[in-house]
Design a binder for this molecule. Sequence first.
Ligand code: PMP
Length: 288
Amino acid sequence: MKIYLDGKLVPEKSAKISVFDHGLLYGDGVFEGIRSYNGRVFMLKEHVDRLFRSAQAIALKIPLTREQVCRAVVRTCRANGTLNGYIRLVVTRGVGTLGLNPYLCSKPSVIIIAATIQLYPKKLYQDGLSIVTVGTIRNHTESVNPAIKSLNYLNNILAKIEAINAGCMEAVMLNPQGFVAEATGDNIFVVRGDRLVTPPPSAGTLEGITRNVVMDLARKAGLRVSEEMLTRYDLYTADEVFLTGTAAEVIGVVNIDRRTIGTGRPGDVTRRLAGLFHAFAPQNGMPI
Ligand code: PMP
């Protein structure tokens, strides 16, 4: 595999960064996870825009323009023949001292890995996921705001540990006020009748690219879509619950905290939206 590292495509074995990089020392940096479908990089512009917003929020200056980042992603996919894959785009703060001061890090590093995709097992898309709410709360918006897709995912990892220890593959994280925020790597939706509801970014959620695509597709399909604060009551009493994310796409949730959701099978709305998403994704994106 060829890795893009600061302007060059280098063999995987020589794609190395310094132990003094603050990305490693402090999780100081930002990233994106992007898919390619059918030879197109899905929603590349939206991912790159979010990367720049994340960088701006942590006062990190990406040493490329948005267009240059897009071109570098496409170039990396081309070099690896990644026509249907998963792309990791990372910008680290760069090499600094052992102190925290980010202003002493003179040159951020840009890394692009064009890999394959690890979806949930196929059976889980048919049968639905069991998830749990966990004790680890989502970051306060005045801490590392969850809108920032930063390299510091330790909070989500703590939630993931709780989920795995409870025998589940995903966790629902609540925000400090007790409202539903999101899963550790996915956004969450509730279906009630013909209404689709998901928490607003102010609840402490990442504004997922998949989330936004699914909201658009749902509106076009005649569903009512809104962003509202949700509690666990809303999850437990929903007709359907599903998660969205770049890696997961659209996956039904049939059990939360050992309570059956809806019929206990992925519902009609979930399956319909997953179908619309699968039809939409390969048609939209920047050609490789
Ligand atoms: N929430 C979190 C915490 C995430 O890390 C992600 C991305 N993996 C998402 C939601 C989903 O966002 P997207 O649809 O842009 O992948």
